[in-house]
Design a protein around this ligand. Sequence first.
Ligand SMILES: Cc1cc2nc3c(=O)[nH]c(=O)nc-3n(C[C@H](O)[C@H](O)[C@H](O)COP(=O)(O)OP(=O)(O)OC[C@H]3O[C@@H](n4cnc5c(N)ncnc54)[C@H](O)[C@@H]3O)c2cc1C
Length: 387
Amino acid sequence: MSKALIVGGGIAGLATAIAFDRRGWEVEVLERAPELTAVGAGISLWSNALRALDELGVGERIRERAVEDAAAGIRDARGRWLSRTDTAALRARHGSPVVLHRADLLEILRAAVPESAVRTGISVTEARADGSVLHSAGVSRGDVVVGADGIHSVVRRAVCGVVEPRYSGYTAWRMVVTPTEPLGDLGESWGRGERFGFAALADGRVYCFAAANIPAGAPDGGLPELRRRFRDWHAPIPALLAAADADTVLRNDIYELPPLDTYVSGRLVLVGDAAHAMTPNLGQGACQALEDAVVLARVVATGGDPSAYDAERRPRTRMIADRSARIGTVAQLSNPLLAAVRDAVMRAMPASAQARALAPILDWTPGEPGAIQRPRTGGDVRSHTNT
Ligand SMILES: Cc1cc2nc3c(=O)[nH]c(=O)nc-3n(C[C@H](O)[C@H](O)[C@H](O)COP(=O)(O)OP(=O)(O)OC[C@H]3O[C@@H](n4cnc5c(N)ncnc54)[C@H](O)[C@@H]3O)c2cc1C
């Protein structure tokens, strides 16, 4: 029996394990952490990801724990609409995105991987082109070695040398809050160099996220800083922050990977953030990891050359990462004049332009090698429940 050896037990690693297991391969997942836990609050999954999850046999379980993402659009800090999402058209054309807690996503993925396949508390130090992996408990081998070990991937070094992640210029906070007043419309609001968004979760709580331009590694002022930054923003933002628990606020400086020359070298293959860590502005990082898993198993487990995976995945993930970065640049504009121009352009942009811009991302289907999409121009100002 052929074996896929997977480094990393996050969303990408677990999804890859499921995909190979379903195709009759032996799988082994090596995870550094002592147990599989989800760091993070909520996560949005778009229709492309839901199709990947259906292909992995867990789509229904995800939908049971998720709620439809009812983001109504983007507002300014005072609550005036900059753009409205045509949710009916989105639903009709692609199916609705959903939001769920990351812990639920991880738990559902973990439950679909054979119990004995996951080895926690094992730190990988080196991957070799012959399919061997050196780690804290010895050596493991696979016919394919999958680097699903995140943005600071060890496996990536063996695939394409040292590649340093680059800082986006902004940091993000995430938290889950029990609301104390009606939420009104859901969605995201953009100020000058700052953003705040919120989305409902299935259990009645609210996933909140915020972003601000600050230097990498700047001291974290935590919840008091967030309350200060957003105190004059429209309702219910100050109330959500008032209800938040300081101990549960997560902060991440947002880094992305520069384009890689390849995702494949010999038996070594990269998936997820190890291959294409992107800014969260489109809410596509994990969605792309799920696509990676499905495509990799389809290509390799049916006897294909891993280079076909690279050819199918690299242009698409690059296109999406580039778009996501551009949206971040626009959303985080801090110059008052530029921000005013941005706001005016957004108010003038029809919802149909946004839908057209999203189509190449959301139209993906699992068995479609033609899913390599070329960027279209225009209509890129679209952000969604994710920072
Ligand atoms: C603020 C924020 C919001 C986001 N929102 C969304 C969203 O709404 N929708 C969306 O689709 N995406 C979103 N993303 C992106 C998404 O979180 C990532 O793309 C996704 O989690 C990547 O999963 P991964 O498994 O590739 O990497 P990771 O989650 O980083 O997992 C890597 C795993 O490998 C393990 N590991 C690392 N090194 C080693 C080693 N040497 N040996 C063994 N194990 C190792 C780690 O412990 C970890 O478990 C967001 C990201 C951020 C920062």
